[in-house]
Design a protein. Structure first.
Length: 146
């Protein structure tokens, strides 16, 4: 089994965010946001986050937009108040079209933490990424949402 976690940064202060990552034994943060320069949280902008992760926790940071929804899809759900189930189906279809299971290897997720903005995984694509990959990789990922 490959241990992978997910985390969102909204509704969290820096101390709580970094402590959750430290406690989980994360070695790499995989940013699955389409736009990683978000102003939602000062510590979560890509350059700052990469610096803080390396300086505070000695953790690597990688932005992986391959695992993000397309801009129009995201806007239709977020900005226009779209239906979660419709968004979920579109995103699952997008991952299938991108063939992410062939373009990525399970080992890249070992002790990794998928990062997005949503505070919980319930209505967030980071959970869908894990579920999709697990369905393609014979449930090799052991997922914990922080």
């Amino acid at each position: 089994m490959i241990s992978v976690t997910t985390i969102g940064f909204t509704k969290s202060n820096a101390r709580n965010f970094f402590e959750r990552i430290r406690s989980a034994g994360v070695r790499k943060v995989v940013d699955v946001r389409l736009h990683n320069t978000s102003q939602l949280s000062g510590f979560a902008k890509s350059d700052d986050l990469s610096y803080f992760l390396k300086s505070i926790l000695d953790i690597n940071y990688v932005h992986t937009p391959l695992l993000a929804p397309e801009d129009e899809m995201l806007k239709a759900y977020k900005r226009d108040g779209g239906d979660w189930r419709a968004y979920e189906l579109k995103f699952m279809d997008l991952m299938a079209k991108r063939k992410i299971e062939d373009r990525l290897k399970p080992g890249m997720f070992d002790h990794a933490c998928l990062l997005c903005s949503e505070d919980t995984p319930h209505h967030c694509h980071r959970r869908l990424v894990c579920e999709y990959l697990n369905s393609k990789w014979d449930r090799v990922l052991s997922v914990k949402h922080l």
